[in-house]
Design a protein around this ligand. Structure first.
Ligand code: MN
Length: 730
């Protein structure tokens, strides 16, 4: 713990006329007031206000502010009153301590709007005397430095608040060092994995760079000396968090960052700044677009400096900041430096607010006057880590995704083609499912195979809009291809029936007659049922005449179904045996635009036909379906189809059966049990009374295939209470 005389010495070093007695009295008073109170660390509580005061001495603030820092927790945490402080230390210091007490009471953890409102209050309180903010920031910095003593559940909340409010405020008033230290601590607390990873990468980079830093520093120094420019070179390493932010903002990899190592050239005059710049630009090629002159145009927070990036020794990019000593102090201490350099005297002597503080007050008043506190928070607030997850490509490119994103999102974030062709992934070198939830710092490698179509189900698995849109687009494209494929089969068959030779070249030359621009357009139109395949043949061979009525000519129409009841005998699906010309059907999520008849579907094992519906694709019917009668007059819509499933196929198919049961208690349960035992799913059950003795149960069930269905039906028929079991085909 800092001793009394040490504190006084520290202040006197930069402020020789400091009120020694004031500092001594504040020290003794606060020590007694806090008494035996302890911090979470177990240290005496008094060590905290002392450390806060020590931080402020580094910023060279005046003695009144130091005294206020020592006393800052007395009203809130001890029996002390504002009047007490005022009578012992004067109204000025009493106001400062009172302001700090008010800020401490603000609950900044409530909802966003309330938080913004509180922030506004805080700023207004501060605007009354800007030194309150300096003490508050130092207070927060010390609390953040000792945050590891606080219970873990409270740490994240405090770090969030710091990152949202205090770190940006420190930046706004020009205290860059404090802002960066606050951010680094918050980063470590909120995102420990990412923080550790960045620290390790930075360490590795430093080891690789070896003596390069010393080499550049020596080089720079000798060039200044050779040109008689007095000054010093400071090696400057970027903070972990600011590198991270840059990677995230610019989507660049760690290795691509040019300015992880930088140097600061501090000279004595503004002319020397520009002279040094000229010498540096002569010695090394500079990187275009990186030169910024904040000396002639200072930043809003009064920051002044010249920035440039050059390609230095060993082709290492080096970022340089050139400035005077005064500018350097402003950049490091911000507002506090104004007090030393612009006023040159303490506020105690000046009797109140100094020019520098007045400047800060104006800035803050402007901010606080905003009608919309939300908007201010928006601008001040940094993105929270809580709703984001940060991952890397194997090459080290940073990919930021929303929380609960998976490797599919990641793949589309890298490139649409990678997403579309993704077939698997490795997370941190381990094979993992594509739907794994990604964690911060994961290195994700996407495995791809050319020519994939993303399953449409992915659309509901991803969380990013980019991935969803790309999947939808790819699915739509795949459907278009299905129609083209279907159209091609239909057209080819039409040529075979017409005993003409199909050739793409001839069809292309006939495009104008079909009023279509491309071959694919024709095939799509036929596949969608918007163009009749016979018309395509006629367009290529204008002399071709379809001889008979459509029904007979196609060989698939009415001839199949002469008289009802004779269907099974007469039916012969062309190609069902050879399967050459027929279209293979797997199921609903097929690579063809296929659906099943709405009333009583077909199951594998059933003999089936397809009916082409314009714009929709093929509807599959069992051949015995009475609904097929409706298409007798439209033979061109009939398609040869065959099953292309095997026993390992996990898909189930929907059928409807009607079970006639004796009307007695428990019969429903018994039927359900039988169906469950046979491994079928029941989708729906409807009942209707048949007679007083019998009831009919209409069951929608899902089965593997016809064998499965037949097995279920015989099981049911074997039950004593079952009178009959029939399959329903609409
Ligand atoms: Mn405190």
């Amino acid at each position: 713990m800092m001793r009394q005389f040490e504190l006084v010495e520290r202040v006197k070093r930069y402020h020789p006329d400091a009120d020694e007695d004031l500092l001594n009295r504040a020290y003794v008073y606060a020590m007694k007031a806090h008494g035996s109170q302890k911090r979470a660390s177990g240290d005496p509580y008094f060590s905290h206000p002392l450390e806060v005061a020590a931080i402020l001495t580094d910023l060279h603030v005046d003695d009144q502010t130091i005294a206020a820092a020592i006393l800052h927790d007395t009203i809130e945490d001890t029996g002390t009153t504002r009047e007490d402080i005022a009578s012992r230390f004067g109204e000025n210091i009493a106001d400062l301590v009172d302001g700090l007490t008010k800020i401490k009471k603000l609950d900044l953890v409530s909802k966003k709007a309330a938080q913004a409102e509180n922030l506004r209050k805080l700023l207004l309180a501060v605007a009354a005397d800007a030194r309150v903010l300096l003490v508050k920031l130092a207070d927060r910095l010390h609390n953040m430095r000792t945050l590891h003593f606080v219970p873990p559940d409270k740490r994240a909340r405090i770090a969030e608040e710091t990152l949202e409010i205090y770190a940006p405020l420190a930046g706004r008033i020009g205290m860059q060092d404090m802002r960066e230290e606050l951010e680094d601590i918050c980063f470590r607390v909120l995102s420990p994995d990412a923080h550790l990873m960045m620290v390790k990468r930075l360490q590795a980079l430093k080891e690789r760079a070896g003596g390069l830093i010393q080499l550049i520093e020596k080089d720079l120094k000798s060039k200044l000396v050779a040109n008689a420019i007095p000054g010093e070179i400071k090696g400057r390493e970027k903070r972990v968090y600011s590198i991270w932010r840059k990677m995230e903002r610019k989507s660049v990899s760690f290795e691509q960052l040019s300015d992880i190592f930088g140097f600061r050239v501090v000279v004595t005059s503004v002319e020397d700044c520009y002279r040094a710049l000229g010498i540096i630009h002569q010695a090394w090629p500079f990187v275009p677009g990186r030169f910024k002159d904040y000396i002639s145009t200072p930043k809003q927070n009064d920051y002044r400096s010249v920035h440039t990036t050059v390609v230095g020794p060993k082709h290492q990019r080096v970022e340089l900041q050139i400035r005077t000593r005064e500018m350097d102090a402003v950049a490091e201490f911000g507002i506090a430096a104004h007090a030393t350099y612009k006023d040159g005297k303490s506020s105690a002597e000046g009797g109140g607010e100094s020019n520098a503080y007045r400047w800060l007050r104006r800035t803050i008043e402007l901010l606080a006057e905003g009608d919309n506190p939300e908007e201010f928070l928006e601008h001040t607030k940094l993105e929270l880590f809580q709703d984001q997850v940060f991952c890397f490509t194997p090459k080290g490119l940073l990919i930021a995704l929303p929380r609960s994103a998976n490797p599919i999102d990641f793949a589309y974030a890298v490139h649409t083609d990678i997403g579309n062709n993704a077939v698997g992934c490795r997370i941190n070198g381990r094979n993992s499912p594509l739907i794994s939830e990604l964690q911060n710092g994961d290195e994700v490698e996407i495995l791809t195979t050319e020519g994939q179509v993303p399953p449409s189900a992915w659309e509901n698995m991803v969380v990013t809009g980019k991935a969803r849109a790309a999947i939808r687009r790819a699915t739509r494209e795949a459907v278009r291809k299905q129609f083209v494929g279907l159209g091609r089969r239909i057209v080819e068959r039409a040529f075979v029936r017409a005993e003409k030779k199909f050739s793409e070249e001839k069809l292309v030359s006939a495009l104008p007659r079909l009023a279509r621009a491309t071959l694919d357009d024709v095939l799509t139109a036929v596949g969608r049922g918007e163009m009749y395949s016979g018309d395509v043949v006629k367009a290529v061979f204008p002399d071709f005449r379809e001889e008979v009525s459509k029904a007979g000519a196609q060989g698939t129409g009415k001839g199949w179904f002469g008289v009802q009841g004779e269907k099974k005998l007469k039916f012969k699906v062309p190609g069902q045996e050879g399967a050459a010309g027929s279209i293979p059907i797997r199921g609903l999520s097929d690579d063809l635009p296929v659906r099943f008849a709405p009333n009583g579907g077909a199951v594998p094992g059933d003999r089936i036909v397809g009916i082409l519906t314009p714009g929709e694709g093929i509807t599959i019917y069992p051949i015995q379906a009475p609904a097929l009668m409706a298409y007798d007059e439209e033979p061109w819509r009939w398609l040869d189809v065959r099953w292309d499933t095997d026993e390992h196929d996990p898909r189930r198919f929907w059928v409807q059966i009607v079970v006639s049961v004796i009307n007695e208690p428990g019969s429903l349960a018994e039927i359900a049990r039988v169906i469950a035992d046979t491994d079928a799913n029941i989708d729906n059950i409807a009942m209707r009374a048949k007679t007083a003795d019998f009831r009919e149960m209409i069951l929608d069930i899902e089965v593997w295939d016809l064998k499965h269905l037949n097995a279920i039906m015989s099981e049911l028929r074997a039950k004593p209470m079952v009178a009959s079991v029939e399959r329903v085909i609409g």
